[in-house]
Design a protein around this ligand. Sequence first.
Ligand code: SF4
Length: 381
Amino acid sequence: MLAVGPDYGFGLYVHWPYCARICPYCDFNVYAAKDRDTEPLVNAIIADIQAHRERLPDHPKLNSVFLGGGTPSLLRAADMARIMSAANDAFGFAPSAEITLEANPNDVLRSDPNSWVQAGINRLSLGVQSLNDTALRFLGRDHDSLQAKTAIEQVQSVFDNHSIDLIYARPGQSSQSWGDELEAALALGAPHLSLYELTIEERTAFGKRAARGELLPLPDDDQADLYELTQSICEAYGLPAYEVSNHTSDEKYESRHNHIYWASGDWIGVGPGAHGRLTMDGQRYATEAARRPEDYIRSGPMPFAALSRQDTAREFLAMALRPTAGLDLERFNHLFQRGADQETVSTLVENSHAVLDGTLLKLTVQGRLVADYIASLLAPY
Ligand code: SF4
């Protein structure tokens, strides 16, 4: 048996590709919402879920569903309910399955979050991004800090299980200003925070501005300082990291859906450009849906592409290093068909990049800063 697959969790990711406007840093597969008829896309997503069931007759019930994007909070609650009922009819939900909706603050203010609960949503992830109005304008967001705070209050009156996303390490951001902003966010009382450093990708509007010299990314050392500051503030507030960018006050609020990715479980990816990983008869498969919504609607379900054992092992390693629970070296042995290099492991421990706890290799804060590099060091091929 390959040590990946639905035994490590089974989820459904639904990509809703439309946004009210496109943020200048965004590198996702997104399109301006405009005034379009979204019915054909909802129908195509439902057909894709049903087609997956036919090809996965032995897969268990779903542990999680994640409506991401894009901006899935632009979906009508009735359409969310249709997608949920298609997922339930096809696979069913495991007891206490986690059903997350990513929402933008203005959609919370415009909609009735209770209608999302009725559609089956039980966890809300709110894209606040910043509590600083200048930063929100810089990030091209269509909400201000007051709207964000009002939206958080509304979310909290409906969802116990909720999370706030923030983006830091913005150009010119000082430790003092990020520290103050993070403390203000922590004071809002969300039990889960996702804290991402701003990365400037070439093909985005920010990438183009950076190439013209109009935008200066924060130097790496300053980014590292802000990451360390983030860890110490969150720990002091009782929300330690449980993964490189994710923090919670209690295990019960950890993102079960993301744990499926980090644990190399199986997930179906539906919606334009969505990726999936599925395991059958000891073989891991990758799926990738057509990126453009028109193509996705036209093309129907895409073929499953077999992943080599090496790629499966490398993906496992890159993801398994991220949670603070650590990389299981026995699974490493099994997937790579050889042990991790002892000297590399010892050096990581000596340099305080990791600690060894039985068979678990756990990255320290310094290690988490260079998790991808450590994965490349440990990969035997
Ligand atoms: S709202 Fe989110 S997904 Fe949409 S463009 Fe902005 S960052 Fe990208």
